[in-house]
Design a protein around this ligand. Sequence first.
Ligand code: FEO
Length: 397
Amino acid sequence: MKPLEIAKDIYWLGVIDWNIRDMHGYSTPYGTTYNSFLIVDEKIALIDTVKKEFADELIDSIGQIVDPKEIDYVISNHSEMDHSGGLPRVMHRIGEDKPLYCSKMGFKNLRHHFGRKWTCQPVENGEQLSLGKRTLTFLETRMLHWPDSMFTYVKEDKILFSSDAFGQHYAGLERFDDQVGDAIMPHAKKYFANILLLYSRLILKLVGKVKKMGLALDMICPDHGIIWRQDPSKIINAYVEWSTQTPKRKAVVVYDTMWHSTETMAEAIVETLGEEGMDARPMHLRQCDRSDIMTEVLDAGAVIVGSPTLNNGLFPTVSDFLTYMKGLRPKNKIGAAFGSYGWSGEAVKLINKELEAMKFELIDPGVKVQYVPEDQGLKACYQLGKKIAQALSSAYG
Ligand code: FEO
């Protein structure tokens, strides 16, 4: 892509990855971008690079603004490979002796990834680097979402380079929020639910700290997706809302099925929830990606999980989902289990154990149906649906 001047002498130099469909287990049906930025001042600074396979494209973009050798400083806000994989080629072109600024943890991580190749300069939280007319301020954001993550702030332009935070996996020709409108929010929400949810407490703390500092923000430039310039507070407020994990009168019924019995149970539970005025949807684990399910889980008050018993255990996709959800540590959820079985029927007990480990409020021992749900089995599913609706009503109004 051609570079784009996003503010005077500040350029977006990202690349668009139109074809990526899976980012370490997160589905990316719209692709993504890897955003890199160039600040041309008395000194020239490059902020973050791109995935290894796009390094030459980035070097070509830099070359459209300045000779890469003229770059004085490289800033690495985050060492994950989608932003650092291009460093070896880029540093080779810029000059291996150029200083590479990163957080203290970034210093360690870059060495783990690339050895002791470059002149890495670990910075303290709040440390500044003058470019001439502008000053960069480095803000440590440890565990948002890696130990090395940091932000770089340019106070003269009121621009925050926020690394992964506030990003979206969205590939498009648009570069700014005002060009996409509200359609960008589901992408930002999915990104939050699958990458940042487990750090909700830290996010609330960070937002509080940033508000206290009175950081003026005209633009937030994440490393993925569009730049927030129309109303940067919109995404900050959304992060606060998502981090507080205030549940809605909504249930997600996640399941897999072998011969449609567990599916029939899922649909019976959802139907009852709907009759009771709740927002509810069944999500089949081989038809819906786990990352889309997690997006629905984010603001749901109830997560109901169904699995057939297979070889005395859970159906594999259900185990996969429970492991994934557990890692993201959703809070404030009501939980329940259901499933059909042939002769042993361990699935419900196993799901309950996992939901308890996630500190979900189990509102029922769960519904087990042998082979095919008929009158009694369906009645038990309707009753479970009613019980979930009552629990949602009394908990969340
Ligand atoms: Fe976009 Fe944590 O890398």
